[in-house]
Design a protein around this ligand. Sequence first.
Ligand code: ADP
Ligand code: ZN
Length: 734
Amino acid sequence: SAEGLENDHDFPEGALVSVLTTQPIDRFLDYKAPEGGCSIGSFVEVPLGPRKTLGVVWGKGDGKFDPSKIRKISRVLDVAPMGQDMRDFLTRAAEYTITPLTQMLRLATRAPGLSDPLSMQKIYRLGDGVPDRMTPARTRVIETLQEYGGLGFTLGEVANLAGVSTSVVKGLVKFGTVLELDTPRDGPFPTLQAGFGAVELTEDQSSAAEELRKSVATADYESFLLKGVTGSGKTEVYMEAIAECLRKGRQALVLLPEIALTAEFLSRVEKRFGARPAEWHSGVTMTERRRVWRMVGEGNAQLVVGARSALYLPFRDLGLIVVDEEHDTSYKQDDGVLYSARDMSVLRATYCGATVILASATPSLETWANAEAGKYRRLDLESRFGEAQLPDLKAIDMRSEQLPSARWISPTLTAAVKARVDAGEQALLFINRRGYAPTTLCRACGVQIGCEQCDARMVEHRFLKRLVCHQCGETKPMPTACPSCEVEGKLAPIGPGVERLAEEVAELFPDVRVAVLSSDLFGSARALKEQITSIAEGGADIIIGTQLVAKGHNFPNLTLVGVIDADLGLQGSDLRAAERSFQLMRQVSGRAGRSEKKGVALLQTYQPEHPVIRAILSGDEEAFWQAEAQERQAAGVPPYGRMAGIVLSSPDVQAVFDLGADMARRDAPLRKIGAQVFGPAPAPIARIRGRHRVRLLVKAEKSVPLQRALSEWAAQFKIPTNLRLSIDIDPQNF
Ligand code: ADP
Ligand code: ZN
């Protein structure tokens, strides 16, 4: 329109603009603004060759091309333009991770139906009409709609979630039990009220909350480490930061490491703010994702709770990012664009003037070091809320326990579990291994069944009656004969997995109710959530779980944690093994005694003198971190030095080693900045899905421009078509 013209962010019809598309072309493309014009940040559809593609108007066109050849933008999408802060963030994130900007834009536009025009649709909600009779299918529909409350679902989605045919849902509409509503496809989210359901904080909590509140109020970037044992009230405290953000009219984002944790968190938000927030993760339906994406862009979603990819949502005015359980390794994306959601949160926040809260009982060494260095402010919650006390930690020295072969629960642990169960309390047995047994051995020829595609063993999953490769996901029926020597009946499980432990528990405690929590055993996030709720309500006496139970679930009646193999994480050769093991053991132990009953954690170990085991038992975290920090400092690795992992993969083993050797030789761009190259060596997993993997590690001083040197270095080599090169800045394993 005519008035808009003096604004150089607005482009009238025919003006030259530069568009970033989501196609893998490594540059901006010039287009002419369409009828009605467009503005900077507009999401647009542009012709590219014979097709149309999605893009964002990034700036003025540079006029380098023949104007007569420049095509017109097909149309401007009916969504809010992308803000300057988001464009800057994507640009910097692309540089940091050495990823083409177009690929970053793809991360930011993963919304289904983004280019569909807005339209009306029928959605289905619970009404209060009473049907003529109830059937199991009808009950499922009602329960499903009850559970998902305010969200609207399409007919297909309701039917799917409830596991019924669409006619069952339609049938209920007749009675007004289910309402059929015509709504615009993408309505705003219900309003959260900052003052609703506020709780009274303890003195400790409220001084932490006050610091956070002040920071959010300034609308400047600032990062916090919010540290406190599980149960100390970290969540209650950061809810106050969210409340302040709501009062300021800015948006907040909470990242959780595990979808299974969202349900509990959503109901806490509802209690605290009177309505449910927007959700963003792989379990959210397409319809809902589309709505979230749009509403976030328009500022009509005040709070988003989600997985790491929520960081790339086009927030209109993001004022707060919470990364809960910030140490969790699932925040590192290890496929496609390799990024750490924790680091990216901090980066994003610097561009939009947001506060970042990294919450954890056991922070990563990186975050701890950043707090030590004064880059993040550290807030400590010293004790558990209310009567809850920290559990006592004790080792069970397995060298002096009498155990028959193929048994893993020591007599000492058995007695302790029995005592708790007899007292009407719950016990948790933790083992960090999925499936029945980690190894299947042929007793005739000695072969261990491996995956054909990977350098990994196949793991027996008795519940599924299959062998599963935990690397590539390949499964096959459990054979009766050895695949190698073909002798029948000689295959034997070696070592314990969570399913095998469940068998042992069933023998030791034939009369108690046992629940097994392992991600393989649940078809859906919902089934898992149901199991967790049932356990929390006392539906089991003994819980057997994998890593899944270490994360955040609250079982008030759980007073004993038994760690079956505390030594398991200590064997890794990489420098992070100790840190991970320390964190995991502390997280798991922290599950015990979350209410007024005091808990105890017993760690079965063959190495009670190991420094990590001793640090866990003594509870002296600061000493542990200091020691770890010194070790990393001496080795010049993150967070004290910079590091990149370059993985070359190809079906052709010779090709990866040849290129790796060539890269190690021609390292001038790296030497220029004083960086060193190590390798090539087989990657930690040397073959996945039939591709051989070789890794080079690059180490540099903290202050050098590592990314630029890496790009220059990598650009020297011609990469054969079947070979993939990926660069991982700050790799998890080193
Ligand atoms: P964390 O996030 O550190 O594990 P939570 O915030 O989940 O801790 O708090 C643990 C439990 O104690 C929760 O059930 C929470 O509602 C309760 N709680 C913590 N602080 C308070 C408080 N000030 N008032 C009431 N309940 C609290
Ligand atoms: Zn495999």
